[in-house]
Design a protein around this ligand. Structure first.
Ligand code: NAP
Length: 282
């Protein structure tokens, strides 16, 4: 069994990006990410802080817009529009969740697809589904990068994803299809899930249920990717996979923490640099 070390791989990606940012700066382009956060959400604050740290390390400038619960939809859209129109901003990210009285879908749709480094705008979603170059949602992109780096061939392989969210499961389906895997997506209404997961050469758990994937759900020598981030009762981070037991059976497995999590931020940085590089072509 081989552990897929997301932490190490993410470090390597960030180091390469730092060099690329150095080159861009020599050409007068300073990559810049704007992050909008609405309301007080402790987890979001941690995520935003980690993104800001990663930007700092790589040489990407970071602008933070922290808005109170009282911001209106109109004001939020206006802020996004202002950022869309600024030439010095290459990436715009709206941290979710936002208060329920606001329409997050409409806000995501408003972000210029050329600055949509989270890949949530329908134009990027559509481009991904027809296999065109686009910004790919960072977590699925991180998963694909991991598989590539560990030379895990996907062509003709049976891939099973548990979870069909817009930010993880669905874009992963497209990414795996684009790599010629045969993909099944399971969700909360799926029947006989164990039978399906047992056919997987590549099993990806993205449902948000601690240790949901047990040894008996996994085929011998499968590749198991754990996207889940859950807090145990003792406050520890645990994935959607029962790592201790599944790792005895899998050929490759990602740990939590230190697997998909660090890759998500690395791919966000990658997308900001990609957006900045695209300005050279204009
Ligand atoms: P989500 O929006 O809550 O979606 C969960 C999906 O799992 C839904 O499609 C749901 O089915 C399905 N599901 C729930 N219970 C199930 C069950 N018992 N059997 C089969 N399917 C089930 O979650 P998400 O945003 O995709 O996140 C999933 C997990 O990944 C969470 O733990 C989250 O914290 C983590 N995550 C990690 C990263 C990272 O950087 N590592 C990034 C994003 C998310 P229905 O559609 O039928 O409801």
């Amino acid at each position: 069994m081989k552990i897929i070390d997301g932490k190490e791989l993410a470090k390597k990606i960030r180091e390469n990006l730092k060099i690329e940012v150095g080159e861009l700066r020599k050409k007068g382009i300073i990559p810049k990410l704007a992050v909008i956060m609405v309301g007080n959400n402790k987890a979001s604050e941690v995520y935003v802080r980690n993104k800001s740290k990663a930007c700092d390390e790589i040489g990407i400038e970071f602008e933070e817009y922290i808005k109170g619960n009282n911001i209106s939809q109109k004001e939020l859209i206006k802020l996004i529009d202002n950022l869309n129109n600024r030439k010095d901003i290459h990436g715009i990210l709206l941290q979710s969740p936002i208060p329920e009285n606001l329409n997050i879908r409409q806000a995501f749709n408003e972000i210029d697809y050329r600055k949509d480094v989270d890949g949530f705008n329908p134009i990027n979603v559509g481009k991904l589904s027809i296999g065109e170059d686009c910004f790919i949602s960072c977590t699925p992109y991180g998963v694909i990068k991991m598989l590539e780096e560990y030379n895990i061939d996907l062509e003709g392989k049976r891939a099973v994803i548990i979870g069909r969210s817009n930010i993880v499961g669905k874009p992963l389906l497209q990414c795996l299809l684009n790599k010629n895997a045969t993909v099944t997506v399971c969700h909360s209404k799926t029947k006989n899930i164990r039978e399906i997961t047992n056919e997987a050469d590549i099993l990806i758990a993205a449902l948000g249920k601690p240790k949901f994937v047990t040894e008996d759900m996994v085929k011998e020598n499968a590749v198991v990717i754990d996207v889940g981030i859950n807090r145990s009762e003792e406050g520890k981070l645990v994935g959607d996979v029962d790592f201790e037991n599944v790792s005895k059976k899998a050929a490759y497995i990602t740990p939590v923490p230190g697997g998909v999590g660090p890759m998500t931020i690395a791919m966000l940085m990658n997308n900001v640099v990609k957006s900045a590089k695209l300005t050279l072509e204009k």
